[in-house]
Design a protein around this ligand. Structure first.
Ligand code: G3I
Length: 384
């Protein structure tokens, strides 16, 4: 039994991805790209500029979060990345727990590998991320909480920023500091807040500025995208934080808006996001859409319908974001559904069923065919 997963490709009964059309194979192999857009134009092939080229028409860069091990293992992914991106974000390699899983034992292979790959191909590299509670190694958290010693953070910044200073232009210095539900005055009660108080964010930015004076220093967070009370509060908390940091003279250059869209929270309404981005921009800072993807709410619907819903949500969001002149980049969190963090890790599902249940919230499907989301992003970038 075969299950179609997109133009020309399907999962066979044994769980393998197989091609049913030669054109799809050519695309996978990175042949000159004259693609047939399955959803928008079945009959007509068209040569399509890359997403990076489309984004450039709006003065933006386009990139994706990737892992170097996946790029090296998968020529199809490598080709896609080189075709479509002008920037990369390390999905995991730059995080503290990956770089220093045991105190003093640094592992730079993957981060260096990705930095070298980006450099070799002329791609910009985002620094994601210096300080994030969730990716702080357990040994460091317990030391922070017991010894209350900032030098541990300062040493981490020193090591990472001095190593990658010349390769990375833009850093997520602090990741996900907002929590309007159970935090303290809108801030997440993480190890850093509990140890150093709300001043830890400004302190981290100042530390980063000292070590990377030319870099764009950012705070990156999620949950600003929908018209509901929880996200409205989150938007207000972020604006309050930016206002305070600016008042205190902290070296904050930009905000990363993750934009993990979620169809169960929709439909997307433009006004709240438009206002939020405008208010951020009024602080004179830059904005990057840093982790763009779409979580589906109904994976049992026909594939065409699922893809249309995802594409429409992506387009609606980007049209608003790209209207804001302070937005100067869009990064998707992965490029193909094959490598999306949104995939179920449910074990025991029959393989065909598991294949159909893959979330389809990135521009390319699991067999590396561009989906309607790819084309709707194109259209949003190129809209004048
Ligand atoms: O590499 C180890 C492997 O050796 C080990 O056997 C395995 C056991 O769990 O873990 C592997 O590491 C995992 C890593 O992904 C690579 O697969 C980590 O446990 C796991 O926590 C990590 O998840 C990443 C997560 O951030 C935490 O770093 C996700 O891939 C990544 O997509 C996600 O990205 C975050 C952004 O940084 C911030 N915003 C939200 C976004 C999605 O959660």
């Amino acid at each position: 039994m075969r299950v179609s997963i997109g133009a020309g490709w399907c999962y066979d009964g044994r769980g393998e991805i197989v091609h049913t059309r030669r054109s799809a194979l050519a695309a996978l192999a990175g042949a000159p790209l004259a693609w047939t857009c399955p959803a928008l134009s079945r009959e007509h092939s068209q040569t399509t500029p890359s997403l990076a080229a489309a984004a450039r028409t709006r003065g933006c860069y386009f990139g994706a979060a990737v892992r170097i091990d996946q790029i090296e293992a998968d020529p199809g992914l490598r080709n896609m990345v080189l075709r479509d991106c002008s920037a990369l974000a390390p999905e995991i390699h730059f995080k503290w727990d990956q770089l220093e899983p045991r105190e003093g034992h640094h592992i730079f292979n993957a981060a260096d590998g990705l930095a070298d790959f980006a450099h070799a191909h002329g791609l910009a590299l985002r620094g994601h991320t210096l300080l994030w509670d969730q990716s702080t190694p357990r040994w460091a958290k317990s030391q922070l909480l017991h010894e209350r010693d900032w030098t541990l953070v300062a040493r981490h910044f020193e090591i990472v920023l001095s190593r990658y200073r010349d390769r990375v232009r833009e850093w997520d210095v602090v990741n996900e500091p907002i929590d309007s539900e159970s935090g303290e005055a809108g801030l997440r009660a993480n190890a850093f807040l509990r140890t150093f108080g709300p001043g830890y964010i400004g302190r981290a930015l100042t530390e980063a500025r000292r070590l990377a004076p030319d870099a764009c220093l950012m705070i990156n967070d999620y949950g600003f995208d929908y018209d509901n009370p929880v996200e409205a509060k989150r938007r207000r908390s972020m604006l309050r934080l930016v206002e305070r940091l600016k008042r205190e003279g902290a070296p904050l250059d930009g905000i990363g808006v993750q934009a993990h869209l979620d169809l169960s929270k929709g439909p997307f309404r433009p006004a709240p996001v438009r206002e939020f981005l405008q208010e951020l921009a009024q602080f004179g800072i830059e904005i990057v859409i840093t982790e763009f993807d779409v979580r589906e709410s109904d994976r049992s619907a026909p594939l065409d319908l699922r893809d249309r819903r995802v594409a429409d949500e992506a387009r609606a969001y980007l049209e608003v974001a790209l209207d804001q002149p302070a937005v100067r980049g869009v990064v998707t969190w992965g490029l193909s559904d094959r490598h999306s963090w949104l995939q179920d890790q449910r074990r025991g599902l029959p393989r065909v069923e598991a294949a159909r249940s893959l979330n389809r919230g990135l521009p390319y499907d699991a067999a590396f065919n561009p989906k309607p989301m790819y084309w709707s992003m194109h259209e949003a970038f190129r809209k004048v």
